[in-house]
Design a protein around this ligand. Sequence first.
Ligand code: URA
Length: 434
Amino acid sequence: MSLLPQEIIRRKRNGETLGDDEINFMVAGLTGGAIGDGQIAAFAMAVYFQGMNMAERVTLTRAMTASGQIIDWSGLDLPGPVVDKHSTGGVGDKVSLMLAPIVAACGGFVPMISGRGLGHTGGTLDKLDSIPGYNSTPDRALFQSTVRAVGCAIIGQTGDLAPADGRLYAIRDVTATVESIPLITASILSKKLAAGLDCLVMDVKTGSGAFAVDMEMARELAESIVAVANGAGLRCRALITDMNQVLGRNVGNALEVAEALTFLQNENLDPRLREIVLTLAREMLDLAGLSADPEAALTSGRALEVFARMVSQLGGPADLVENAILYLPRAPVSKPCVATRAGMISAMDTRTIGVAVLAMGGGRRDAADTIDPRVGLTDVCALGDRIEVGQPLAMVHGGDENSTDAAIAQIRAAISIDAKGIPGDIILERVDAS
Ligand code: URA
């Protein structure tokens, strides 16, 4: 019997469970273009309202993975497992820049395919693009040879991996169907499965700066990703981590690269950033069956060496670590955002802080926008810090006086000062395969 998109949409709209043949048919039509945008949008909306059970999600994920190429690492004879981490996105989240070299220094191979900034959250790729000469879109041969030689490479998504997701995501983006757990699960995992990983650790963020604003949603997303990944043959576990404050001290593209470099040099380690990086590293190494100590890889400087080699292998300066100040672009205006009352930092509207950096040019309003890599924040205060009137809550770096002043006002309004302020844990929960 031939299948009809409108019948499949109707069945899902009515809350029925779709068969493998129906899901495969929709994904084939999505990939080849035989099904138009209207029917794809209606299908996405039906899934948004009715959901999908785990078996349907596994089938959707597998079909979307198979819509393009799958990277094969077997020919490279890598002497260790292929492992990655993916974060659902946050403000100041530069974890990948340190984590990938730490895990590589411990014997893992990390082909990290990262995204650009989405809304108020920054993207790893935009951060790396602030390094002059760094090629974030190398061809497959350079990507694979860098991973082989150095242990890690952080690059951008290519159109030949999970192309079904590329089209579906673009349609979801304009039809209010992004926030669907089954669709997010299939979207993230189809790209990860296409990258040919042995194992994946998910960092699902929750809080005022995260896509999952509450714990319930974060747990639902983490459980879905872990169950579907394992169901599709990818060893996976998740950490739910806090995004109720900026992660680390800096926000903004070049400024986050600078923070990552000082971190890898074991200087000015923000304790929350250190905890999340080392905890994620331990999870990745454990899942991959490696016993090396990530803390030793960091403190010995081996992870820094890996980062420096990755940068130069991908076209960046060979002396970036020694001469970061010469290479990383700097904003012309720097001003403090000072506290107007004394007390303890009690809350942060982290999303608003991300939006303030975006508005200075640190992120995109739409996909065609160009980024100003120089702008952002340094020395951002943390929850629980004691603050006096006139002390800086953050340093604000902008392209001109007006945009800097506007950001200062937004940031001041986004940070609450009260009699009490509790720092709060960064690692909230761990979700493993059941
Ligand atoms: N990131 C993705 O890659 N896909 C989604 O659907 C949401 C976030």
